[in-house]
Design a protein around this ligand. Structure first.
Ligand SMILES: [Ca+2]
Length: 540
């Protein structure tokens, strides 16, 4: 594994020493211990049960019996496990924005996936900017997956970054060089970790506190792992989810394979170990908070004992691992309070010495510091955790409040009430049994969605149809340009465009069909006037 020198690392990222103003920082920071360092390690599509750490006491199935994550086990031994931690959304991009700005996807009007690239959040205050507001000496870095949204990390206040990168970069070298990322650096786990370690070293030398955001491409499909790690798993006893076929090499072109997924999870954990070791080497383990979580629930092999998966608001889509270690956190402690990714921004500002008057306006999150230090509860502007996911084939909204969760399916308007403390698998709908509780939660959820003007499912279908129609028009223009060419490269381009056209047309037909269906249901009165309030809206 290559190491990156301090200077070459900065130069490779196009970051000048002048921009970092280390000398000024050194002069202004009297005591480095006064400000903690904060690291957020965000993984991709890693489900609640995709680690070897039991996420919930007394629920042995809340850990994997096959994947091995010893670094996370050591983080849990030093810190706190949150058993009821939620990603803001059941897919990547809305979660990343929500974490970055401390607001729900519903409030940011960024609930989908496809429309995020066009969205611009320049007016929002990022974690990096919020920290710099209370202490300009904070050095900030983002490495790895960012997503399609704007601003890019540089525009969001990150001093050091590898750019506005997305899934593609986890598997391929660049847009121009389409060879796979080298096998010894699966999903870029080790190179982005090297960047992170070099950044930390730089800040310690400059005596400067830092915020480091390490966003892994793992464990999103395609599954990639070091061959040596795969070989190790071939020799381990099978877990419950393993099949005899898993112990044979997969056919060429298969991108999902249990042994490689397991090895990828462990390679990722090795990356976490590198960060933890670096903190020890640099002597800052006792002054640094490390948060480890995932951007949405798992999808590979399901999430039992949870219901559902990524792209759904059932627990399997949004309940994620969360482990935190750092100063003042009791070793091997657990917290069962429901928390969500939009709590991170206020938590980090609080840990860095800010108070609520330093929080950006309109946050939905509250600081988790009282939970981490055992001193109190989370204070949020409104009761409950609000989820809104009007996209894809499973449009839903949900509220988690105390032990209860109320969920509504927007294609049927059917409501579900679960007591998650008694029914983790969301198998027993209590709507009829506890109508008052269901009505109370529904009122709170609808009131919130109406208040923030949340997107409606049909809005997103329409938006997607317009986007696909525009894509189809552009592609047809490209196709006309190359159709009559004698150039072999142009002929290849034309053939390639046929596949893209078929994909666009299939998706377009699917979206149109769903829009027709949802409009028909509205006409029949099966869905009330507005998914975001209507006759059930109005905050009480
Ligand atoms: Ca994801």
């Amino acid at each position: 594994m290559s190491t990156v020198s301090r200077r070459s690392f900065l130069m490779s990222l196009g970051i000048g020493m002048a921009a970092m103003k280390f000398s000024e920082a050194r002069a202004s920071v009297k005591d480095q211990n006064a400000k903690p360092n904060i690291i957020l390690i965000l993984t991709d599509d890693q489900g609640w049960t995709n680690t070897s750490v039991p996420m919930m006491a007394g629920v042995p199935e809340s850990r994997s019996d096959f994947y091995r994550t010893p670094a996370l086990e050591s983080m849990a031994a030093k810190g706190m496990i949150f058993s009821n931690a939620y990603s803001p959304a059941p897919v990547c991009t809305p979660t990343r924005c929500s974490i970055q700005f401390g607001k729900t996807p519903a409030k940011l009007k960024n609930t989908g996936h496809y429309n995020s690239a066009r969205k611009d959040f320049t007016n929002e205050v990022s974690i990096a900017q919020a920290l710099k507001r209370i202490d300009p000496t904070y050095a900030t870095a983002h490495f790895g997956k960012w997503g399609g949204q704007r601003p890019a990390p540089e525009g969001a206040g990150y001093d050091a970054t590898d750019g506005r990168l997305n899934n593609y970069h986890g598997d391929f070298r660049s847009l121009e060089d389409t060879r796979p990322v080298p096998r010894d650096n699966p999903k870029r786990i080790f190179s982005i970790t090297d960047h992170a370690c070099a950044f930390m070293e730089e800040q310690v030398q400059a005596n400067r506190p830092f915020y480091l955001q390490l966003s892994h491409y793992a464990v999103h499909s395609q599954h990639k792992a070091r061959q040596e790690t795969i070989e190790k798993y071939k020799l381990l006893p099978p877990g419950q989810l393993c099949t005899p076929e898993d112990y044979q090499d997969p056919p060429p072109g298969v991108n999902e394979w249990t042994l490689e997924f397991a090895a990828m999870v462990e390679d990722l954990d090795t990356g976490v170990r590198m960060v933890l070791d670096k903190l020890e080497t640099l002597g800052i383990a006792n002054t640094t908070y490390v948060f480890f979580t995932s951007d949405n629930g798992g999808i590979f092999k399901g999430n039992a004992p949870l219901r559902g998966q990524k792209t759904q608001l059932w627990e399997g889509g949004v309940r994620v691992p969360l482990i935190v270690c750092g100063p003042g956190i009791e070793p091997s402690s657990r917290c069962d309070e429901p928390v969500a990714g939009w709590d991170f921004l206020p938590t980090f500002v609080d840990l860095a010495g800010g108070n609520t008057s330093d929080f950006p306006k309109g946050l939905d999150g509250g600081s988790l510091r009282p939970l981490l230090q055992g001193t109190g509860e989370v204070q949020r502007p409104h009761e409950g955790l609000m989820f809104h996911f009007p996209s894809y084939d499973c449009p839903q909204s949900a509220i988690r409040l105390g032990e209860y969760k109320f969920l509504i399916d927007w294609e049927t308007e059917e409501g579900y009430l679960f007591n998650l403390a008694e029914d983790l698998g969301e198998s027993r709908n209590l709507v009829t049994e506890l109508p008052e509780k269901a009505a109370e939660l529904r009122r709170k959820l609808m009131g919130y969605l109406a208040e923030v003007g949340a997107e409606k499912p049909e809005d997103l279908h329409l938006e997607r149809i317009q986007e696909l129609t525009a894509q189809k028009q552009r592609l047809n223009i490209e196709r006309r340009e190359v159709l009559y060419s004698d150039d072999p490269a142009a002929r290849d381009k034309w053939r390639d465009s046929q596949y893209r056209l078929r994909f666009i047309e299939d998706t377009l037909a699917h979206e149109q069909e769903r829009l027709v269906r949802i409009n028909a249901l509205r006409k029949q009165g099966r869905i009330k006037q507005s998914a975001t309030g209507g006759d059930r809206g109005g905050k009480k």
